[in-house]
Ligand binder design. Structure first.
Ligand code: SF4
Length: 364
Protein backbone atom coordinates (compact mmCIF):
# COMPACT_ATOMS: atom_id res chain seq x y z
CA UNK A 1 0.00 0.00 0.00
CA UNK A 2 1.33 3.43 -0.97
CA UNK A 3 1.85 5.90 1.87
CA UNK A 4 2.59 9.63 1.62
CA UNK A 5 4.03 11.30 4.71
CA UNK A 6 5.17 14.83 5.31
CA UNK A 7 8.62 15.75 6.65
CA UNK A 8 11.28 18.50 6.42
CA UNK A 9 14.03 18.45 3.79
CA UNK A 10 17.46 17.78 5.36
CA UNK A 11 19.62 19.07 2.50
CA UNK A 12 20.01 22.72 3.52
CA UNK A 13 18.72 25.09 6.21
CA UNK A 14 15.84 26.64 4.25
CA UNK A 15 13.40 24.19 5.90
CA UNK A 16 11.24 23.21 2.92
CA UNK A 17 8.46 20.72 3.47
CA UNK A 18 8.69 17.53 1.45
CA UNK A 19 6.41 14.52 1.12
CA UNK A 20 7.86 11.03 1.07
CA UNK A 21 6.12 8.31 -0.93
CA UNK A 22 6.77 4.81 0.42
CA UNK A 23 5.43 1.30 0.35
CA UNK A 24 6.15 -1.47 2.85
CA UNK A 25 9.34 0.09 4.19
CA UNK A 26 10.72 1.16 0.80
CA UNK A 27 11.08 4.79 -0.27
CA UNK A 28 9.66 5.26 -3.75
CA UNK A 29 9.90 9.00 -4.32
CA UNK A 30 8.82 12.48 -3.24
CA UNK A 31 5.56 14.29 -3.82
CA UNK A 32 4.81 18.04 -3.65
CA UNK A 33 3.25 19.37 -0.45
CA UNK A 34 1.50 22.33 -1.97
CA UNK A 35 0.33 23.99 1.24
CA UNK A 36 3.76 24.22 2.84
CA UNK A 37 4.27 27.94 3.66
CA UNK A 38 8.00 27.98 2.85
CA UNK A 39 8.14 26.23 -0.51
CA UNK A 40 4.50 25.66 -1.60
CA UNK A 41 5.21 22.19 -2.96
CA UNK A 42 8.42 23.03 -4.77
CA UNK A 43 11.61 21.15 -3.92
CA UNK A 44 15.00 21.57 -5.57
CA UNK A 45 17.04 18.71 -7.03
CA UNK A 46 19.17 18.47 -3.88
CA UNK A 47 16.03 18.15 -1.79
CA UNK A 48 14.48 15.48 -3.98
CA UNK A 49 17.78 13.57 -4.08
CA UNK A 50 17.85 13.36 -0.26
CA UNK A 51 15.80 10.16 -0.40
CA UNK A 52 18.70 8.37 -2.14
CA UNK A 53 20.40 8.17 1.28
CA UNK A 54 17.84 5.66 2.43
CA UNK A 55 18.70 2.78 0.08
CA UNK A 56 22.45 3.29 0.69
CA UNK A 57 22.15 3.18 4.48
CA UNK A 58 24.32 0.99 6.72
CA UNK A 59 22.01 -1.60 8.23
CA UNK A 60 24.05 -3.02 11.15
CA UNK A 61 26.67 -1.97 13.72
CA UNK A 62 30.12 -2.82 12.39
CA UNK A 63 33.83 -2.93 13.08
CA UNK A 64 36.16 -1.65 10.36
CA UNK A 65 38.81 -4.15 9.26
CA UNK A 66 41.01 -3.55 6.21
CA UNK A 67 38.75 -0.67 5.13
CA UNK A 68 35.69 -2.95 5.13
CA UNK A 69 32.64 -3.05 7.37
CA UNK A 70 32.51 -6.28 9.37
CA UNK A 71 29.07 -6.87 10.86
CA UNK A 72 28.98 -6.89 14.65
CA UNK A 73 26.30 -6.43 17.32
CA UNK A 74 25.43 -3.74 19.83
CA UNK A 75 26.63 -5.65 22.92
CA UNK A 76 30.08 -6.19 21.41
CA UNK A 77 30.40 -2.63 20.13
CA UNK A 78 29.23 -1.02 23.37
CA UNK A 79 31.69 -3.29 25.21
CA UNK A 80 34.55 -2.04 23.01
CA UNK A 81 33.49 1.58 23.53
CA UNK A 82 33.31 1.13 27.30
CA UNK A 83 36.81 -0.41 27.41
CA UNK A 84 38.18 2.46 25.33
CA UNK A 85 36.45 5.21 27.33
CA UNK A 86 37.56 3.59 30.61
CA UNK A 87 41.16 3.59 29.40
CA UNK A 88 41.48 7.33 28.75
CA UNK A 89 41.01 10.53 30.76
CA UNK A 90 37.60 12.03 30.12
CA UNK A 91 39.07 15.16 28.50
CA UNK A 92 40.84 12.91 25.99
CA UNK A 93 37.50 12.27 24.26
CA UNK A 94 36.18 14.74 21.72
CA UNK A 95 32.76 14.65 20.08
CA UNK A 96 32.11 16.15 16.66
CA UNK A 97 28.40 16.56 15.88
CA UNK A 98 26.81 18.18 12.85
CA UNK A 99 23.97 20.37 11.65
CA UNK A 100 22.32 17.18 10.38
CA UNK A 101 21.52 16.17 13.96
CA UNK A 102 18.10 17.05 15.35
CA UNK A 103 17.69 19.21 18.44
CA UNK A 104 16.74 16.13 20.47
CA UNK A 105 19.81 14.21 19.31
CA UNK A 106 22.11 17.11 20.15
CA UNK A 107 20.63 17.36 23.63
CA UNK A 108 21.18 13.63 24.21
CA UNK A 109 24.78 13.88 22.96
CA UNK A 110 25.49 16.94 25.13
CA UNK A 111 24.09 15.14 28.16
CA UNK A 112 26.39 12.18 27.50
CA UNK A 113 29.41 14.53 27.13
CA UNK A 114 28.58 16.26 30.43
CA UNK A 115 28.14 12.99 32.31
CA UNK A 116 31.30 11.46 30.84
CA UNK A 117 33.19 14.65 31.65
CA UNK A 118 34.45 16.12 28.40
CA UNK A 119 33.86 19.66 27.20
CA UNK A 120 35.48 18.93 23.83
CA UNK A 121 32.19 18.91 21.95
CA UNK A 122 30.82 20.98 19.09
CA UNK A 123 29.90 20.87 15.43
CA UNK A 124 31.42 22.17 12.21
CA UNK A 125 29.63 25.47 11.50
CA UNK A 126 31.14 26.26 8.06
CA UNK A 127 32.88 29.32 9.57
CA UNK A 128 29.66 30.84 10.94
CA UNK A 129 30.00 31.64 14.68
CA UNK A 130 27.20 31.17 17.23
CA UNK A 131 24.89 34.20 17.21
CA UNK A 132 21.50 35.05 18.65
CA UNK A 133 20.24 38.25 16.99
CA UNK A 134 17.05 38.39 14.89
CA UNK A 135 17.63 37.56 11.23
CA UNK A 136 15.66 38.59 8.12
CA UNK A 137 12.54 36.55 7.40
CA UNK A 138 11.87 34.92 4.04
CA UNK A 139 9.10 37.50 3.46
CA UNK A 140 11.70 40.25 3.98
CA UNK A 141 13.58 38.79 0.99
CA UNK A 142 10.53 38.85 -1.28
CA UNK A 143 9.83 42.48 -0.26
CA UNK A 144 13.44 43.73 -0.36
CA UNK A 145 14.30 46.70 -2.60
CA UNK A 146 17.96 45.66 -2.62
CA UNK A 147 19.50 42.24 -1.94
CA UNK A 148 23.20 41.72 -1.38
CA UNK A 149 23.93 38.00 -1.89
CA UNK A 150 27.29 36.59 -0.78
CA UNK A 151 27.76 33.09 -2.25
CA UNK A 152 25.69 31.27 -4.85
CA UNK A 153 22.30 31.39 -3.12
CA UNK A 154 20.33 30.62 -6.28
CA UNK A 155 22.25 27.37 -6.84
CA UNK A 156 22.70 26.19 -3.26
CA UNK A 157 19.41 27.32 -1.69
CA UNK A 158 16.96 27.51 -4.61
CA UNK A 159 13.86 28.00 -2.46
CA UNK A 160 15.46 31.15 -0.98
CA UNK A 161 16.49 31.96 -4.56
CA UNK A 162 12.81 31.88 -5.44
CA UNK A 163 12.22 34.72 -2.96
CA UNK A 164 15.09 36.64 -4.55
CA UNK A 165 13.43 36.29 -7.97
CA UNK A 166 10.11 37.50 -6.50
CA UNK A 167 11.92 40.61 -5.18
CA UNK A 168 13.41 41.20 -8.64
CA UNK A 169 10.00 40.82 -10.28
CA UNK A 170 8.73 43.54 -7.94
CA UNK A 171 11.55 45.88 -9.05
CA UNK A 172 14.21 44.90 -6.48
CA UNK A 173 17.92 45.02 -7.31
CA UNK A 174 20.18 42.00 -6.78
CA UNK A 175 23.88 42.61 -6.16
CA UNK A 176 26.03 39.52 -5.68
CA UNK A 177 29.54 38.84 -4.47
CA UNK A 178 31.56 35.65 -4.96
CA UNK A 179 35.00 34.29 -5.76
CA UNK A 180 34.00 32.41 -8.94
CA UNK A 181 33.92 33.72 -12.53
CA UNK A 182 30.17 33.22 -12.80
CA UNK A 183 27.42 31.51 -10.89
CA UNK A 184 23.65 31.09 -11.03
CA UNK A 185 23.35 34.09 -8.71
CA UNK A 186 25.83 36.26 -10.62
CA UNK A 187 24.00 35.58 -13.90
CA UNK A 188 20.76 36.85 -12.34
CA UNK A 189 22.32 39.92 -10.71
CA UNK A 190 22.11 43.56 -11.77
CA UNK A 191 25.68 43.82 -10.53
CA UNK A 192 28.23 41.08 -9.84
CA UNK A 193 31.34 41.80 -7.76
CA UNK A 194 33.97 39.12 -8.39
CA UNK A 195 36.51 39.03 -5.56
CA UNK A 196 39.58 36.94 -4.67
CA UNK A 197 38.20 36.31 -1.20
CA UNK A 198 35.14 37.31 0.81
CA UNK A 199 37.49 38.54 3.54
CA UNK A 200 39.13 40.95 1.07
CA UNK A 201 35.71 42.19 -0.03
CA UNK A 202 34.72 42.95 3.56
CA UNK A 203 37.80 45.13 4.12
CA UNK A 204 36.42 47.97 1.99
CA UNK A 205 32.64 48.34 2.23
CA UNK A 206 32.32 52.04 1.34
CA UNK A 207 30.67 51.36 -2.04
CA UNK A 208 28.30 48.64 -0.87
CA UNK A 209 27.19 50.71 2.15
CA UNK A 210 25.83 53.36 -0.22
CA UNK A 211 23.57 50.70 -1.79
CA UNK A 212 22.01 49.33 1.41
CA UNK A 213 19.28 50.70 3.66
CA UNK A 214 16.46 49.43 5.87
CA UNK A 215 14.65 47.99 2.85
CA UNK A 216 17.63 45.77 2.02
CA UNK A 217 18.54 42.20 2.92
CA UNK A 218 22.04 40.71 3.09
CA UNK A 219 21.99 36.97 2.29
CA UNK A 220 25.09 34.93 2.96
CA UNK A 221 25.80 31.22 2.52
CA UNK A 222 29.60 31.36 2.30
CA UNK A 223 32.00 32.42 5.07
CA UNK A 224 35.76 32.14 5.10
CA UNK A 225 36.28 32.85 8.79
CA UNK A 226 34.22 33.65 11.85
CA UNK A 227 35.52 37.23 12.18
CA UNK A 228 33.98 38.13 8.82
CA UNK A 229 30.56 37.48 10.26
CA UNK A 230 31.02 40.29 12.82
CA UNK A 231 31.87 42.71 9.98
CA UNK A 232 28.61 41.74 8.24
CA UNK A 233 26.74 42.19 11.49
CA UNK A 234 28.19 45.73 11.83
CA UNK A 235 27.27 46.43 8.19
CA UNK A 236 23.72 45.35 8.96
CA UNK A 237 23.50 47.58 12.06
CA UNK A 238 25.04 50.59 10.30
CA UNK A 239 22.84 50.45 7.18
CA UNK A 240 19.62 49.02 8.64
CA UNK A 241 19.78 46.11 6.17
CA UNK A 242 18.58 42.81 7.63
CA UNK A 243 20.96 39.87 7.62
CA UNK A 244 20.12 36.23 6.83
CA UNK A 245 22.82 33.53 7.04
CA UNK A 246 21.75 30.41 5.11
CA UNK A 247 23.53 27.20 6.08
CA UNK A 248 24.53 24.02 4.27
CA UNK A 249 22.98 21.71 6.86
CA UNK A 250 19.36 21.68 7.97
CA UNK A 251 19.80 22.28 11.70
CA UNK A 252 22.90 24.45 12.06
CA UNK A 253 20.80 27.25 13.58
CA UNK A 254 19.35 24.76 16.07
CA UNK A 255 22.80 23.33 16.83
CA UNK A 256 24.01 26.86 17.62
CA UNK A 257 21.49 27.00 20.47
CA UNK A 258 23.02 23.91 22.08
CA UNK A 259 26.71 23.57 21.19
CA UNK A 260 29.67 25.67 20.05
CA UNK A 261 29.98 26.19 16.31
CA UNK A 262 33.58 25.26 15.54
CA UNK A 263 35.80 26.03 12.58
CA UNK A 264 38.33 23.61 11.09
CA UNK A 265 41.20 24.89 13.24
CA UNK A 266 39.23 24.50 16.47
CA UNK A 267 38.23 20.93 15.56
CA UNK A 268 41.83 20.11 14.58
CA UNK A 269 42.91 21.33 18.01
CA UNK A 270 40.28 19.14 19.70
CA UNK A 271 41.34 16.10 17.68
CA UNK A 272 45.05 16.62 18.26
CA UNK A 273 44.45 16.68 22.03
CA UNK A 274 42.25 13.58 22.05
CA UNK A 275 42.87 9.86 22.07
CA UNK A 276 39.31 8.94 21.15
CA UNK A 277 36.77 10.66 18.93
CA UNK A 278 33.04 10.21 18.49
CA UNK A 279 31.58 11.69 15.31
CA UNK A 280 27.82 11.95 14.85
CA UNK A 281 26.51 12.27 11.29
CA UNK A 282 29.56 14.42 10.56
CA UNK A 283 31.76 14.49 7.45
CA UNK A 284 35.12 15.47 8.96
CA UNK A 285 37.12 14.98 5.76
CA UNK A 286 35.27 17.99 4.31
CA UNK A 287 37.37 20.22 6.60
CA UNK A 288 40.27 18.13 8.02
CA UNK A 289 42.69 15.67 6.45
CA UNK A 290 43.01 11.94 7.15
CA UNK A 291 46.41 12.67 8.76
CA UNK A 292 44.70 14.76 11.46
CA UNK A 293 43.02 11.57 12.72
CA UNK A 294 46.05 9.26 12.68
CA UNK A 295 46.47 7.22 15.85
CA UNK A 296 43.04 8.15 17.24
CA UNK A 297 40.32 5.65 18.09
CA UNK A 298 37.30 6.72 16.00
CA UNK A 299 33.73 5.80 16.86
CA UNK A 300 31.63 6.86 13.90
CA UNK A 301 27.87 7.27 14.37
CA UNK A 302 26.70 7.50 10.76
CA UNK A 303 24.27 5.91 8.35
CA UNK A 304 26.52 6.09 5.31
CA UNK A 305 29.85 4.82 4.07
CA UNK A 306 32.35 7.41 2.91
CA UNK A 307 36.13 7.87 3.10
CA UNK A 308 35.87 8.66 6.80
CA UNK A 309 34.31 5.23 7.42
CA UNK A 310 37.65 3.68 6.39
CA UNK A 311 39.49 5.75 9.02
CA UNK A 312 37.03 4.69 11.71
CA UNK A 313 37.42 1.81 14.15
CA UNK A 314 33.72 1.12 14.42
CA UNK A 315 30.41 2.33 13.03
CA UNK A 316 27.08 2.71 14.79
CA UNK A 317 24.56 3.47 12.05
CA UNK A 318 21.71 5.39 13.76
CA UNK A 319 18.56 6.18 11.79
CA UNK A 320 18.33 7.74 8.34
CA UNK A 321 16.58 11.06 7.90
CA UNK A 322 13.28 9.61 6.63
CA UNK A 323 13.10 7.26 9.64
CA UNK A 324 13.62 10.08 12.15
CA UNK A 325 11.27 12.14 14.26
CA UNK A 326 12.59 15.34 15.78
CA UNK A 327 13.07 19.06 15.40
CA UNK A 328 15.12 21.28 13.10
CA UNK A 329 15.38 25.07 13.38
CA UNK A 330 15.61 26.60 9.93
CA UNK A 331 17.65 29.60 8.73
CA UNK A 332 14.96 32.15 9.64
CA UNK A 333 14.63 30.63 13.15
CA UNK A 334 11.43 28.65 12.65
CA UNK A 335 11.17 25.53 14.84
CA UNK A 336 10.02 22.63 12.64
CA UNK A 337 8.91 19.35 14.21
CA UNK A 338 8.67 16.31 11.96
CA UNK A 339 7.81 12.66 12.39
CA UNK A 340 9.18 9.52 10.81
CA UNK A 341 7.91 9.06 7.26
CA UNK A 342 9.11 5.47 6.68
CA UNK A 343 9.50 2.43 8.89
CA UNK A 344 12.42 0.42 7.51
CA UNK A 345 12.04 -2.43 10.01
CA UNK A 346 15.84 -2.23 10.51
CA UNK A 347 16.90 -2.98 14.05
CA UNK A 348 19.30 -0.03 14.18
CA UNK A 349 19.11 2.06 17.33
CA UNK A 350 18.37 5.74 16.85
CA UNK A 351 21.11 8.27 17.66
CA UNK A 352 19.27 9.14 20.87
CA UNK A 353 19.12 5.46 21.92
CA UNK A 354 22.83 5.09 21.12
CA UNK A 355 23.76 7.97 23.45
CA UNK A 356 21.37 6.82 26.17
CA UNK A 357 23.15 3.44 26.02
CA UNK A 358 26.56 5.12 26.13
CA UNK A 359 25.40 7.19 29.10
CA UNK A 360 24.45 4.05 31.02
CA UNK A 361 27.78 2.22 30.64
CA UNK A 362 29.06 3.23 34.13
CA UNK A 363 32.57 4.38 33.29
CA UNK A 364 35.41 3.65 35.71
S1 SF4 B 1 16.12 24.68 -0.90
FE1 SF4 B 1 17.16 23.44 0.67
S2 SF4 B 1 15.51 22.76 2.07
FE2 SF4 B 1 14.53 23.47 0.12
S3 SF4 B 1 14.28 21.61 -1.11
FE3 SF4 B 1 16.24 22.56 -1.70
S4 SF4 B 1 17.80 21.55 -0.38
FE4 SF4 B 1 15.77 21.15 0.51
Amino acid sequence: MLEIKHTICPSCSVGCGINIVSSEGRVLGTYPYKRHPINEGKNCLNGRASIEQFEKRIRYPALIKNDELVESDYDSIFGIIKDKLDSIDSEELCIICSGKNTIEELEAIRKFAEEYGTDKIGFYGYNFPNFDFDVASYDDISDAKTILAIGDILRDNPLIGRRVIISKEKGGTLISVDTVEKSNTSLNSAEYIKVDSITEFLKDLGYIKSKLDNESVILINKMENKDDFNILKELSIETGAKLLPVFKEANIKGAMEILPSLDAEEIREFVSNSKAIITVNATPLDFLSADDFKGRFIMNVSNFEDDFTKLSDLVLPGKTWVEKSGTFINAEGLRQDFISSVNSNDENLSEIEIFVNLLNLNYR
